[in-house]
Design a protein around this ligand. Structure first.
Ligand code: ADP
Ligand code: UVW
Ligand code: MG
Length: 408
C-alpha cells in the first residue's frame, strides 16, 4: 500500500521551510527550516514530533546542500525520503502564470513552464526550481507536486486581472495581475465559512493575509474575484519591507532625478521599503513595542503603523465595494493572527460598513479560528490562522494519494 505522508517544501530565496504531514491521522511527524542559505553561517532547525528539537549553525552553500541536510535530518528520525510511508513531496511554487490553475504533478514540461515564468517572478521561481530539482534528484521514486500561489486567483475576472496599459505590450510580456498567497487565501476563506457554519459557496469573505509579505483578497462564494498583489508580490498592501501600491512615476523620478538604476529601485521597493523603510523595523512586534514609548523613535513607529493601517483600511473598503455584500473579514498570518492593535485600527470607523471588533474578544489570545466582532455585528470579523502547509499537503495528496487516508 502507498504511504499516507506528504513532505511539504517551501523554498525561498535564502531559506527552506519543511513539514511532514500524515494525511491519515492529521499528525505532523516533523517540521523544520534552513535559513540564511549561502551566507557565511546558516541556521538549521529540525523538530521531530515528541522529540527534542535540534538546532545548529553551519555553512549551507546552496539549496541543494540545504535539501540534503533536510533529508539527513528526517532520516535520523527514521522519516527519510525512502520511507514507505511517504507518498509524495508537495512544493510551494510562487508563480504559475495563467497556465497552472490546479496543483500539478511535476514533469519536464512543468519544470520548463515554471522556468519560463522566471522573468515575472525573479525572486521566487528560481529558488522554487532549485528546490524541486534537488528533491527530484534525492527522491526520484516519489511523485512531486507543484502547488501554485497564483492558482486560487486565476478565477479573477478579466477586468480585475488587467492593467490599463497598451494591450499589445501587456500580452507580449505577460503583464497582468496574478496575485499570490493563494493557498492561504483559499484555506482561510474556507475555514472562515466553516467558522460561520455555512457552505463556502454561500459566503463572501475578505481575507487579509498579513505576514512579512501581505495581501488582501475578495472571495465570493469560494472563488477569488480580486486580490491586492499583481504581476509580482510587490503591489497592494504595505508590507514588512515592500512598499505596496505606489505611483509608478516614482520609479521614473528616481531614475531621472536620483540617478538610480532599475535594479537599485527594485531593491529599494522590495527590500528597503514598507515598515522597514518608514521606521527602520520590519517586524510588527518591534513597531508596536516602540509605539508604546515616547520621542522620535515612537513617532516614526507610529507613522509606519498609521501608513500600514490606512492602506489596509482602503483595501477593506474597496473589497466591500467589489463584493457588494460581505459576510466576514478574516485576519490571518503573523500580523493578522497576533497583532490585536492592527485589527482594531483597521476596522476603526468602519461601523458604517457593518464592521467592528469587540475589544475584549480582539485582545484575547486563542489557538483556532475565532470571532472578534460583537455578536450583533452585521459583518463577522474573525481571526483565522492560516496553514499553507496543510493546504499544500491536502492538495498534493488529493492528486497523487491512493485515497485511503482519512478512511477508517
Ligand atoms: N505577537 C505578534 N505581534 C505582532 N506581530 C507579530 C507577532 N508575531 C508575529 N508577528 C509578525 O508576523 C510577521 C511574520 O508573519 P509570517 O506570517 O510568519 O510571515 P511569512 O510571510 O514569513 O510567513 C512579522 O512581521 C512579525 O512581526
Ligand atoms: C508571494 C509572497 O509574497 O510570499 P511571502 O509572503 O512568503 O514573501
Ligand atoms: Mg507566510
Amino acid at each position: 500500500m502507498r504511504g499516507t505522508r506528504v513532505l511539504v517544501l517551501n523554498t525561498g530565496s535564502s531559506s527552506v521551510k519543511y513539514q511532514l504531514l500524515d494525511m491519515a491521522d492529521g499528525s505532523r511527524p516533523a517540521a523544520g527550516l534552513v535559513e540564511r542559505i549561502g551566507e557565511r553561517t546558516s541556521y538549521l532547525r529540525h523538530a521531530p514530533a515528541g522529540g527534542p528539537r535540534r538546532e545548529r549553525e553551519e555553512p549551507v552553500p546552496d539549496h541543494q546542500a540545504a535539501l540534503k541536510a533536510v533529508a539527513d535530518e528526517l532520516a535520523r528520525d527514521g522519516l527519510g525520503l525512502d520511507s514507505p510511508e511517504l507518498a509524495a513531496i508537495g512544493h510551494r511554487v510562487v508563480h504559475g502564470g495563467r497556465r497552472f490553475t490546479e496543483p500539478t504533478v511535476i514533469d519536464d514540461a512543468v519544470l520548463a513552464e515554471i522556468e519560463r515564468l522566471v522573468p515575472v517572478a525573479p525572486l521566487h521561481n528560481p529558488a522554487n526550481l532549485a528546490g524541486i530539482r534537488t528533491a527530484m534528484a534525492l527522491a526520484p521514486h516519489l511523485p512531486q507536486v507543484a502547488v501554485f500561489d497564483t492558482a486560487f486567483h486565476t478565477t479573477m475576472p478579466e477586468y480585475a486581472a488587467r492593467y490599463a496599459i497598451d494591450t499589445a505590450v501587456a500580452d507580449a510580456h505577460r503583464v497582468r495581475r496574478y496575485g499570490f498567497h493563494g493557498t492561504s487565501h483559499a484555506y482561510v476563506s474556507r475555514r472562515t465559512a466553516e467558522l460561520l457554519g455555512r457552505d463556502p459557496s454561500e459566503v463572501n469573505v475578505i481575507v487579509l493575509h498579513l505576514g512579512n509579505g501581505s495581501s488582501a483578497s475578495a472571495v465570493r462564494g469560494g472563488r477569488c474575484v480580486d486580490t491586492s498583489m499583481g504581476l509580482t508580490p510587490l503591489e497592494g498592501l504595505v508590507m514588512g519591507t515592500r512598499s505596496g501600491d505606489i505611483d509608478p512615476a516614482v520609479v521614473f523620478h528616481l531614475a531621472r532625478v536620483a540617478g538610480m538604476s532599475v535594479d537599485e529601485i527594485d531593491v529599494l521597493l522590495n527590500k528597503r521599503s514598507g515598515l522597514l523603510g518608514l521606521c527602520g523595523d520590519n517586524d510588527m512586534r518591534e513597531v508596536l513595542r516602540r509605539m508604546a514609548g515616547e520621542g522620535p523613535d515612537a513617532e516614526s513607529a507610529r507613522l509606519a503603523f498609521d501608513v500600514y493601517v490606512h492602506r489596509l483600511k482602503k483595501y477593506i473598503g474597496a473589497y466591500c465595494a467589489v463584493l457588494g455584500r460581505v459576510d466576514a473579514v478574516a485576519f490571518t498570518a503573523g500580523v493578522g493572527e497576533n497583532a490585536a492593535p492592527v485589527r482594531q485600527a483597521a476596522v476603526d470607523g468602519l461601523e458604517g460598513l457593518g464592521l467592528a471588533v469587540d475589544a475584549e474578544l480582539n485582545a484575547a489570545r486563542g489557538g483556532g479560528p475565532r470571532l472578534v466582532s460583537p455578536p450583533t455585528a452585521r459583518v463577522a470579523v474573525a481571526v483565522v490562522p492560516t496553514d499553507e502547509e496543510l493546504e499544500i499537503a491536502g492538495q498534493t495528496y488529493a492528486l497523487v494519494g491512493d485515497g485511503t487516508a482519512g478512511r477508517k
